[in-house]
Design a protein around this ligand. Structure first.
Ligand code: CA
Length: 219
């Protein structure tokens, strides 16, 4: 499931980015409202985690704009403010849930699981391409109905490719999806994961686009 993290505190954002990827989300992290709106169009997230205190735009206004762009986007608001008025304003503007800072990462993950489950009732719960299906809510991949034994990174890689089926994913963008900010990644890491993943998938399921990256065909 694709998640847009909008948080200008870079230390907190890096920690959340890592934790969210570990939880299996495909994450894009931005630090201001302008970038949030651009990424909402380009990345088409299903969930946004939005810090209300941003440098360039009032969080409540941004929330309303995000809602205009995508009525189905689930939004969890982070706020340092604890006034009742802010909570009400956030919920009125279309937030699905909110957390007051400081919060435990585990609490955020629990809330997001609830949101994902709610979204999971829609068609995004299952991605099926040929004999391969992903059950996003359960973080499992199946081949002809049999569960595939994938490592966490292999699953994330397959999910990144299948969620963007028909589009080419560059090695760099896959690295960003699999690894957290500041994490050391060897130059051939993606190739190694792809090679291992291919052994478990039908032939030519993952195609190499030479010099560019990888893709999974839409059908
Ligand atoms: Ca902030």
């Amino acid at each position: 499931m694709k998640l847009l993290l909008i948080e200008d505190d870079t230390i907190l954002a890096a920690a959340l980015d890592r934790a969210l990827r570990d939880e299996g989300f495909i994450v894009e992290a931005v630090t201001d409202g302008g970038a949030a709106l651009r990424f909402c169009r380009a990345f088409e997230p299903e969930i946004a985690v939005l810090d209300l205190g941003l440098p360039d735009i009032d969080g409540i206004k941004l929330l309303a704009k995000l809602r205009e762009l995508d009525r189905n986007l689930a939004v969890l608001v982070l706020t340092a403010r604890d006034g009742i008025a802010d909570k009400v304003a956030a919920l009125d503007a279309g937030a699905d849930d909110y957390l007051i800072k400081p919060f435990e990462t585990a609490e955020l993950m629990a809330r997001l699981r609830v949101l994902s489950r709610r979204l999971g009732t829609a068609d995004s719960a299952l991605i099926q391409i040929g004999p391969i299906s992903l059950q996003l809510g359960h973080h499992t991949a199946m081949r002809d109905g049999e569960t595939l034994a994938l490592t966490r990174r292999e699953y994330m890689l397959l999910k990144a490719l299948m969620c963007a089926a028909g589009r080419v994913q560059t090695k760099q963008s896959l690295e960003q999806k699999l690894y957290g900010w500041g994490e050391e990644v060897a130059s051939n890491t993606i190739e190694v994961h792809i090679s291992n993943l291919r052994k478990k998938l039908p032939e030519k399921f993952i195609q190499t686009i030479r010099g560019v990256g990888y893709t999974v065909a839409r059908t």
